[in-house]
Design a protein around this ligand. Structure first.
Ligand code: SF4
Length: 349
């Protein structure tokens, strides 16, 4: 087991004190930072302008990149999914989605997930552990290096509930967005939540320009109870009030993610209620085909999806129908890890 600390999560003070312990001049910090954040080094051996002893000390004390690819799946449309191994043998998933005009990376924040939504493979076995800030940053570094060009958007929608790991996510996103870090604009980062009210408030208080996406999936507490177990489910009125606060604090529009599940949340009454919620919140809506991941739920039929979409448009709501990308490579959150973790039980997707 290898539990070296990810190098990219060190603060300036930690950097300085480690370099002083190694009896290294201060300018080495700048050289190493350049390797880490501009040249995206994955190993100390790449840092050819450092003395060999310093490279060896870096590898001994830290993980220069704390994620390693164990499995790579790609589809014809340009979606690539990696199963990434961590220093302690755990695994997470990271997905790169290519569109003609942009590269979007979907990153994970936890191993497993404590929320355990009904149609999600990530939460099926609950939470294993939180990721550290460096493990979150290193997903971006690894994918940007693999893509061979700068990423345009980061969506924090992979494995885990981001707002239940804010102690790591907030410093990680600051590294991702700061000019001294990876320099990705805050407005190109979207944090997704199942509706963790204290987390939404804390995110609002952070004073950043990140986008917020709420996985709504139901227009009433009764509907949401069909998909989200009670342990981490907040009353809908409180969630929507927190989203209003987020919008007021940041000026950013909230997106409502809505997975259409046949017979569960796709009636015209649901559509009317969703339109009202979206209008009150000045939110846009993303309609997603439910990716059932062997949960027993079925995606809504194409005609039903179109009718639901039309209701939103008729009410003047900005609503998009998201295509399911990468379903043939198990791009739904947690499926690849679940298959690898328990192949006998979980190959029936
Ligand atoms: S959908 Fe998101 S919040 Fe729900 S179990 Fe999956 S990872 Fe967790």
């Amino acid at each position: 087991m290898n539990l070296r600390r990810p190098l990219r999560e060190l603060s300036q003070e930690e950097w300085e004190s480690w370099l002083a312990e190694q009896r290294q001049p201060a300018f080495r910090a700048k050289q190493i930072r350049e390797w880490l954040f501009a040249k995206l080094a994955l190993a100390a051996a790449e840092m050819t302008n450092l003395p060999p002893a310093l490279r060896a000390a870096l590898e001994r004390d830290f993980a220069v990149c704390s994620v390693k690819p164990l499995e790579t799946l790609a589809d014809d449309e340009g979606t690539t999914k990696w199963l990434l191994g961590l220093g302690d043998g755990e695994t997470i998933e990271t997905v790169l989605i290519r569109a003609p005009d942009r590269l979007t990376l979907c990153i994970s924040t936890q191993v497993g997930c404590p929320v355990r939504c009904a149609f999600c493979a990530s939460g099926r076995h609950g939470l294993v552990r939180d990721l550290s800030a460096g493990e979150i940053v290193d997903q971006v570094v690894f994918a940007q290096r693999a893509a061979g060009r700068r990423l345009d958007n980061i969506v924090v929608m992979g494995m885990g509930e981001p707002l239940l790991n804010l102690d790591a996510l907030l410093p990680a996103l600051d590294v991702v967005c700061s000019p001294e870090g990876l320099g990705i604009g805050a407005r190109h980062v979207t944090v997704s939540t199942s509706g963790i009210v204290p987390g939404i408030r804390r995110l609002a208080g952070a004073g950043r320009q990140w986008n917020l996406a709420l996985s709504l999936h139901g227009v009433s507490d009764e509907r949401r109870a069909r998909f989200i177990p009670p342990a981490h489910r907040y009353p809908l009125a409180e969630i929507l009030a927190a989203c209003q606060e987020y919008r007021a604090a940041t000026g950013r529009m909230v997106t409502l993610e809505y997975a259409l599940v046949a017979g569960e949340n796709d009636s015209s009454i649901d559509g009317e209620r969703l339109a009202r919620i979206a209008r009150d919140l000045h939110a846009k809506v993303n309609l997603i085909p439910c990716n059932a991941a062997d949960s027993g739920h079925r995606a809504s039929a194409a005609g039903q999806v179109r009718a639901f979409h039309d209701i939103l448009l008729a009410h003047g709501v900005q609503a998009t129908l998201r295509r399911r990308k990468g379903s043939e490579i198990e791009a739904a959150c947690g499926q690849l890890r679940a298959r690898r973790a328990a192949p006998a039980k979980e190959t029936d997707e």
